[in-house]
Write a protein that binds this ligand. Structure first.
Ligand SMILES: Nc1ncnc2c1ncn2[C@@H]1O[C@H](COP(=O)(O)OP(=O)(O)O)[C@@H](O)[C@H]1O
Ligand SMILES: O=P(O)(O)OC[C@H]1O[C@](O)(COP(=O)(O)O)[C@@H](O)[C@@H]1O
Length: 314
């Protein structure tokens, strides 16, 4: 039997994600939900679920505290990833995803996360170091909780690179800007995140190519700029790839970027070339659009979508 690819997904700010569906959202009035579904979340959990859907062996390292922390741990385990927990005195946050069925509009509200104590931070660095020998590919995803300085991703990236791991980073704002100093193997901003970093609009494919190339000069070995329904652009040492996503009827795009990264990470671990890696990542991001839970992908659908992804070399 071929060995399963191994990944480590790291969540410094996990969450219980609450997806609430209302027939038609009325702001400022009482709304009654038709469905409410708390799930283990935060970006790294979705990356882990997507990779598990593709058959990978995944360990998920996270700060967790309080009852929501425990439900997150159980949720991750139930989905087939192995949770490795650094306990915190502060409680794990929750996030709200409000789906308005009448318009399809999605409103997200994200709590900031707990205050992390210095000794909890140190324990995370220690546990991360212990996990590295197990995982040739490491995905670091999401925002930072309070009490954690922007440089923590640099410490994690440097430690992982010293062990020869490929390090994929998906974060935003100051944490992303700061982390480029440590030269991650790949960053995956979406259009808004890249736009915020470069202080300019990204509208056309040429804008996206220019943005990915410029971000690469700031420190990351490769850049993937994901473009929602339009697909994604890759800038790396071999040039530019432009991938177009298949079209389908969307339930929710929450977690599509995470699923994209999960597909990319499995592609790296399985030794796929850059074209096939991008194809797999886009198919996973698109499959997530019809998943009932972020990251939990239908593998058969991923295989169908693979044939529909168009990749162009520029
Ligand atoms: N409306 C959509 N239709 C088809 N695929 C989509 C759609 N939205 C996202 N995707 C897929 O998910 C990937 C990541 O989406 P994106 O919205 O850029 O990420 P993020 O969730 O980080 O904002 C895209 O590259 C694409 O493959
Ligand atoms: O860590 P952050 O940046 O606050 O984001 C957390 C949230 O991101 C999400 O995973 C959605 O991510 P996407 O960008 O892939 O849609 C939420 O469901 C989640 O809990």
């Amino acid at each position: 039997m071929p060995e399963r690819s191994k990944l480590l997904c790291v969540s410094l700010n996990p969450a219980v994600d609450r997806r609430i569906i209302v027939p038609s959202l009325r702001v400022g009035e009482v709304n009654r939900a038709t469905s409410a579904d708390p799930q283990a979340g935060g970006k790294a959990a979705h990356v882990a679920f997507a990779a598990v859907s593709l058959g990978a062996e995944v360990r998920w390292l996270a700060f967790l505290g309080g009852p929501d922390g425990e439900s997150c741990r159980r949720g991750v385990e139930a989905r087939g990833a192995v949770p490795v927990v650094v306990e915190t005195a502060g409680r794990t946050r929750s996030t709200l995803e409000l789906i308005d069925e009448s318009t399809g509009a999605i409103t997200e509200v994200l709590e900031p996360g707990p205050e992390i104590l210095p000794e909890e931070r140190d324990r995370m660095l220690f546990c991360f170091g212990e996990e590295l020998s197990n995982a040739p590919v490491v995905a670091l995803s999401g925002s930072l909780p309070r009490g954690i300085e922007s440089s923590i991703y640099c410490d994690l990236i440097e430690a992982a690179k010293r062990e020869g791991c490929t390090v994929l980073l998906d974060t935003s704002g100051a944490a992303l800007e700061y982390s480029l100093k440590a030269q991650p193997s790949l960053i995956k901003p979406n259009r808004q995140e890249a736009s915020a970093l470069l202080c300019r609009e990204i509208q056309t494919a040429d804008d996206a190519i220019g943005a990915a190339q410029e971000l690469r000069t700031r420190g990351s070995e490769s850049v993937v700029l994901s473009l929602g329904a339009a697909g994604a652009v890759v800038a790396d040492a071999d040039g530019i790839l432009l991938g177009t996503a298949p079209k389908l009827e969307v339930i929710s795009t929450v977690g599509s970027g995470d699923s994209f990264l999960g597909g990319w990470a499995v592609g790296v671990a399985d030794g796929l070339d850059r074209v096939e890696r991008l194809r797999l990542a886009i198919a996973c991001g698109t499959a997530n659009c019809v998943a009932n839970n972020p990251g939990v992908l239908d593998r058969k659908l991923v295989v169908e979508l693979l044939q529909q992804v168009v990749i162009e070399q520029r």
